[in-house]
Design a protein around this ligand. Structure first.
Ligand SMILES: [Zn+2]
Length: 131
């Protein structure tokens, strides 16, 4: 970073000129600048996570005790409604036995869904013949 290089150069000059109090002042400024840089990085990470959560919240659709993320007309899920409502965590529900039954691996919340991926399986099944 250019600022750090400039401060290092100034510090070097002050040290060579034997201006120790000013040299130490520059070292203190460098340290504070580094702390500020770390704080900015921390806030940037937090901000990105919050934006991601907001984007998720805006794309959630609630169906049969579960959430789906609807984006560009594509459905992704189901995600546990309890975990999202409580902790804002998108926990993918797992199929258990029957492909229409899902439960949350974290809180064991249950949902019955017709997953779009399984729908074709139901459609392909031929209806009982009416002889
Ligand atoms: Zn859950």
């Amino acid at each position: 970073m250019a600022i750090f290089d400039e401060l290092k150069s100034i510090a070097g000059t002050l040290r060579e000129a034997d201006k120790i109090p000013q040299y130490e002042q520059i070292l203190g400024i460098q340290e504070k600048l580094l702390e500020m840089q770390n704080k900015i990085s921390e806030l940037d990470t937090e901000n990105r996570a919050l934006k991601e959560k907001l984007e998720t919240k805006e794309s959630l659709s609630y169906e049969n005790n579960a959430y789906w993320i609807v984006k560009d007309d594509k459905k992704n899920g189901p995600f546990c409604s309890s975990c999202w409502d409580d902790n804002k965590k998108t926990i993918r529900m797992q199929p258990c036995g029957n492909p229409a039954f899902f439960d949350c691996p974290v809180c064991k919340n249950k949902s019955v869904q017709i997953d779009p991926n399984y729908r074709s399986m139901f459609i392909k099944r031929s209806p009982p013949s009416s002889r």
